[in-house]
Design a protein around this ligand. Structure first.
Ligand code: XMP
Length: 510
C-alpha cells in the first residue's frame, strides 16, 4: 500500500499534515523523529515529510535526524524546521534569527520558481512562522522560492527528490499549499492516491473476520462516536459473535440510553447488553460533593459494573476498543515519549485473559471515523454528536448528585437542545449544554413567591477544546430557551448564561 511517514519534530501542525495527505488519497502515519531509524529499518514508505518544530537546529537539545536517512532513496519534503534541519544535516547554513531581519510570521507574498515540480504558480501567499532562516543551501540544491525577507523560502535537489519549504503548505493560509502537497505526492513521489474509506472498511472487515474466526468479541459501548463506529464495523464483520455492553449509569441525557439501545438493536446484528445500574450509582454518589471525588466514584463504579458483567459471560474471546489514531500518536516533543493514556483505551482487570485486543479504528482520525460511521449506516445524529464527558451529567450537577437533580437537568438540557436544533443555531456551536449549579434563588410565579433551582446554559465554539470562546448566541434564542425551561421544568425559576471563555473557565463546570 502507498504510504507516507510524517516525521514529527514537535510542530503544532503535524496532525494537520497527515490529514491533508490522507485527504489527497494517500495513507499516512506520524512517527516521532527519535524512532525514525528503527521504524525505517523495518518499513519503507513512499515519501517522508519532516514537520516544523519550535527549535533551532543549533541547540543541543533540538531534535535532529540521522544523516543516513538521506541515503534511503526515499523522497523527502521538509517543512519549516524540517526544511532547516535538512539544510543543516546536508551541509547548508542556517542563520540564527537574532542576527538578522529575516524573521517572518503570517501571510507573506512569495515568488516561486515554476521549474520546480512543487510549484504551479509564479507568485502567491505563503504562511510563515520562523525565526532562523537558511542562508546557504547544501551542495546539489537550488533555491526555488524567496520572499522579501527570506532568501531561501524553498529549496530542492531534484535528482535526489529532496524538497524543502520554509513556510507551511499544510495550513489554509498558504494560498497554493494544497497543490504543493499534491505535487509532492503525485509528481515527486509518483503516487496514485487510491486510498479510500470504502477500501478501509472492506480491508478492516476482512481482517476482523480472519482474526476472530469462531470466537466472540466484546466491546464496551458508550454511545459516543468512536465506540459506536467500532461497534458498527465489528457488526458488519462478525454479526452476533459481537456483544456490546452498554452501562446505563443514570447520568446520560434524556432518553439517551433508550436511543442507543434502539439504534444498535434495530440497525445492527449483534448482542446488545444494557446494564441498568442507575440506582446503584445514585446510592454510591449519595453525600459526595467534591468534584474529583465524584469523578472518582463514577469512574470506579463504572469499572466495577462493566467488568463484572464481562466476567460473567463474555471474557473468553477478544476485547474490542474504540481507540482512534489521535489517542495513540506518540509525540515528537521528546519529553512526551509515552503514548497518551486515554479514556478510549480502557485497562482491563488482570484476571481477565482475552485472546487479544482488537482496535478497528486505531489508524483513523476523528473525521475519518465519522465518514466510516455514516457509510456503515449509523444515524447522522449519532455520528456528529457533540462530545459528552465520561462522567456524564455528573460533572454538570454541582454538589451532591440525586435522581431528582438528574431529572431536572435532563429536562432543561433537552429543551435547550430541542430549541437549538429547531432554529438551526446548533450548527454554529462546538458544544452546548445545561448545568445545574445547585443554587436556589427567589422568584415570583403568578402571585406566589418561589424558591427554586437555577439552570445555567453553557455554549462554546472551539477548534480543539484546549481553548474555547463562549458563544454569542442571539438574545432572542436565549430568551426562548429560558422561557421554555422555566415554564416546562418543575422546580426551576431562573436561567443564566455562562459568558466565560476557556481559559480561565473550563468547558464543563466540574
Ligand atoms: P474541559 O471541561 O476540560 O473540557 O474544558 C474539554 C472537553 O472535554 C470534555 N470532557 C471530558 N470528556 N471524560 C471525557 O471523555 C471526561 O472526564 C471529561 N471532562 C471533560 C468536555 O465535555 C469538553 O468537550
Amino acid at each position: 500500500m502507498e504510504k507516507i511517514f510524517v516525521v514529527d519534530f514537535g510542530g503544532q501542525y503535524n496532525q494537520l499534515i497527515a490529514r491533508r495527505v490522507r485527504d489527497l488519497g494517500v495513507y499516512c502515519e506520524i512517527i516521532p523523529f527519535f524512532k525514525a531509524k528503527e521504524i525505517l529499518e523495518k518499513d519503507k514508505p513512499n515519501g517522508l515529510i519532516f514537520t516544523g518544530g519550535p527549535n533551532s537546529v543549533y541547540s543541543d537539545t533540538s531534535p535532529h535526524i540521522y544523516k543516513e536517512i538521506f541515503d534511503l532513496n526515499i523522497p523527502v519534503l521538509g517543512i519549516c524546521y524540517g526544511c532547516q534541519l535538512m539544510a543543516y544535516t546536508l551541509g547548508g547554513i542556517v542563520t540564527e534569527a537574532s542576527s538578522s531581519t529575516a524573521r517572518e510570521y503570517g501571510k507573506t507574498p512569495t515568488e516561486y520558481n515554476t521549474d520546480s515540480l512543487l510549484f504551479d504558480n509564479n507568485t502567491g501567499i505563503s504562511w510563515m512562522s520562523h525565526g532562523d532562516f537558511i542562508s546557504q543551501v547544501p551542495n546539489g540544491f537550488k533555491i526555488t522560492a524567496k520572499t522579501n525577507n527570506c532568501p531561501v523560502a524553498a529549496m530542492e535537489n531534484k535528482e535526489k527528490n529532496f524538497y524543502g519549504v520554509q513556510f507551511h503548505p499544510e495550513v489554509n493560509h498558504t494560498e497554493y499549499g494544497k497543490d504543493m502537497l499534491k505535487n509532492f505526492l503525485f509528481k515527486v513521489c509518483k503516487l496514485k492516491g487510491e486510498w479510500k474509506m470504502e477500501d478501509f472498511i472492506e480491508k478492516t472487515v476482512a481482517e476482523i473476520k480472519e482474526q476472530v474466526k469462531d470466537h466472540t468479541v466484546v466491546l464496551g459501548l458508550s454511545g459516543g462516536v468512536d465506540s459506536s463506529v467500532a461497534a458498527a464495523i465489528l457488526s458488519k464483520a462478525i454479526g452476533n459473535k459481537l456483544t456490546c455492553v452498554f452501562v446505563d449509569q443514570g447520568l446520560m441525557r434524556k432518553n439517551e440510553g433508550d436511543y442507543v439501545e434502539r439504534t444498535f438493536t434495530k440497525l445492527f446484528d449483534m448482542n446488545f447488553v444494557r446494564v441498568n445500574c442507575q440506582q446503584e450509582f445514585y446510592k454510591k454518589l449519595k453525600g459526595i460533593t467534591e468534584p474529583e471525588a465524584k469523578r472518582k466514584v463514577i469512574g470506579e463504579e463504572f469499572y466495577r459494573v462493566f467488568w463484572n458483567k464481562i466476567k460473567e459471560n463474555y471474557s473468553t474471546g477478544f476485547l474490542a476498543q474504540g481507540t482512534i489514531y489521535p489517542d495513540r500518536i506518540e509525540s515528537g516533543k521528546g519529553d512526551a515519549a509515552v503514548i497518551k493514556t486515554h479514556h478510549n483505551q480502557v485497562k482491563h482487570p488482570a484476571d481477565i485473559k482475552f485472546i487479544d485486543v482488537i482496535e478497528p479504528l486505531k489508524d483513523l482520525f476523528k473525521d475519518e471515523v465519522r465518514k466510516v460511521g455514516l457509510m456503515l449506516g449509523l444515524p447522522k445524529e449519532l455520528v456528529y454528536r457533540q462530545p459528552f464527558p465520561g462522567p456524564g451529567l455528573g460533572v454538570r450537577i454541582i454538589g451532591e448528585i440525586t435522581e431528582q437533580k438528574v431529572k431536572i437537568l435532563q429536562e432543561a438540557d433537552y429543551i435547550l437542545r430541542d430549541e437549538m436544533k429547531k432554529c438551526g443555531y446548533a450548527e454554529n456551536l462546538s458544544q452546548f449544554f445545561a448545568v445545574l449549579p445547585g443554587v436556589k434563588t427567589v422568584g415570583v410565579m403568578g402571585d406566589s413567591r418561589t424558591y427554586d433551582e437555577l439552570i445555567a446554559i453553557r455554549a462554546v465554539t472551539t477548534d480543539d477544546f484546549m481553548t474555547a470562546d463562549w458563544a454569542k448566541i442571539p438574545y432572542d434564542i436565549l430568551g426562548k430557551v429560558s422561557n421554555r425551561i422555566i415554564n416546562e421544568v418543575s422546580n426551576v425559576n431562573r436561567v443564566v448564561y455562562d459568558i466565560t471563555s476557556k481559559p480561565p473557565g473550563t468547558v464543563e463546570w466540574e
